[in-house]
Design a protein around this ligand. Structure first.
Ligand code: PLP
Length: 406
């Protein structure tokens, strides 16, 4: 498949609609992306032809459903460059994957005096679980600061790392700022002090190729719905030795080898961490989405989004009253900004009336807002289907915002 933006847009039926009589410009993919026909069709086909519960059935439908669902695991393995499907755990998404690591790795391995080192630009989902774990274990959270561009301070990071650092948790791409963090280098540095490294890939996987082997991180996770797959499905990559040493974090069907009322023998990973009937159609949709975007080519996707990001940055630069929040040299498709004297929610409401869908608020990254001394931003975020016209319409909408709200 070649990278033809008109052909790509045509594969997303939802984009073909009017909002208040204006064509839709969807600039909210960082919150959740849209689904191409390939994904819609795969889910539809699965429900029309193959649906049954997975893994336990001997009948044909169950076997077909199992094959389709497990193909999703193989698709994730391939997408992340992981050595084995035994290292891929299906989860509801990034949040659940981080909670899994926090409870199944963090609680048994952390104790008073240990340090959990997080970056100052983490999403709440990579802060709050660690706060719960810190409260249970007595471990302490420390924070890597960033500069005014939204670039992590690597000298401060080096100084913060020490023999008490047991876990480093870093977002690969910041959802609030767009910063692409040097996760490979950060992983190498963390490993020198023996820390385990968790990388939150929620915003990275839709925008760039990921290779967990090359990165050498210990845990990596993402959500399907940000990479053109359904909601309610995501994945955790964990190194085999770590996953094997971790106890289950939820009990129930599927995750066991044998059960009596006296005791239970748990299954090996990844099944150990997948209690209950999984999101089978989600796995099917995820396989379709990953196959679809890989066929486009992650390098072509990244190049397209980079061009749009440059164009959008230039357009916003024409407005004196707009301040971009997040100006790191290494950035993915996020344009977060504030307008002097106008609240982001008002900006978002006027843009909506112009057919331009953006997100406003703290983007589940309140510490980032605090760092920049603002309550919220307006965020336009890019997906593979966006074009220059979407950004032109954003700029026109912003002119309207200033006309209306002064
Ligand atoms: N991490 C980052 C960087 C995110 O942007 C998000 C969602 O916006 C999450 C984690 C949480 O993802 P989910 O809500 O799909 O679990």
């Amino acid at each position: 498949m070649s990278f033809n933006i008109d052909e790509i847009r045509a594969q997303f039926p939802v984009l073909d609609q009017q909002i208040f009589g204006k064509p839709l410009s969807f600039l909210d993919s960082a919150a959740s992306a849209q689904r191409p026909v390939a994904v819609l069709d795969a889910i539809d086909y699965y429900y029309r032809n193959d649906h049954a519960n997975v893994h336990r059935g001997v009948h044909q439908l169950s076997q077909r459903a199992t094959i389709a669902y497990e193909a999703g695991r193989e698709a994730v393995r391939d997408f992340l460059g992981a050595p084995s499907t035994k290292e891929i755990v299906f989860t509801r998404g990034t949040t659940e994957a981080i909670n899994l690591v926090a409870y199944a790795w963090g609680v048994p391995n952390l104790k008073a005096g240990d340090e959990i080192l997080l970056s100052g630009m983490e999403h709440h989902s990579n802060i709050v679980p660690w706060q719960f774990v810190a409260a249970q274990t007595g471990a302490k959270i420390r924070v890597i600061p960033m500069d005014d561009r939204g670039v992590l301070d690597m000298e401060a990071y080096a100084e913060l790392l020490n023999e008490r650092t047991k876990l480093v948790g870093v977002v690969h791409v910041s959802n609030a700022l767009g910063t692409i963090n040097p996760v490979k280098q950060m992983t190498q540095m963390a490993h020198k002090v023996g820390a385990v490294v968790l990388i939150d890939g929620a915003q990275a996987v839709p925008h760039c190729a990921v290779d967990v082997l090359d990165m050498d991180c210990d845990f990596y996770m993402f959500s399907g719905h940000k990479v053109y797959a359904p909601t309610g499905i995501g994945a955790l990559y964990g190194k085999k030795a770590l996953l094997e040493a971790m106890p289950p974090w939820q009990g129930g069907g599927e995750m066991i080898r044998s059960v009596t009322f006296e005791s239970t023998v748990v299954a090996p990973p990844p099944t150990r961490f997948e209690a209950g009937t999984p999101n089978i159609a989600g796995g099917v949709g995820l396989a379709a989405a990953l196959g679809w975007i890989q066929a486009l080519g992650m390098d072509a996707v990244a190049a397209h989004e980079q061009q749009l990001l440059d164009y959008g940055t230039q357009l916003l630069g024409n407005f004196d009253r707009i301040r971009l929040i997040g100006t790191a040299p290494e950035k993915a498709g996020v344009l977060s900004f504030v307008i002097d004297g106008i609240h982001p929610h008002d900006v978002g409401t006027v843009l909506d009336m112009e057919g331009v869908a953006v997100r406003t608020g703290h983007h589940c990254a309140q510490p980032v807002m605090e760092r920049f001394g603002i309550p919220a931003t307006t965020r336009a975020s890019l997906g593979v289907y966006n074009n220059r016209a979407d950004l032109d319409r954003l700029a026109m909408g912003l002119t309207r915002v200033m006309e209306l709200l002064g």
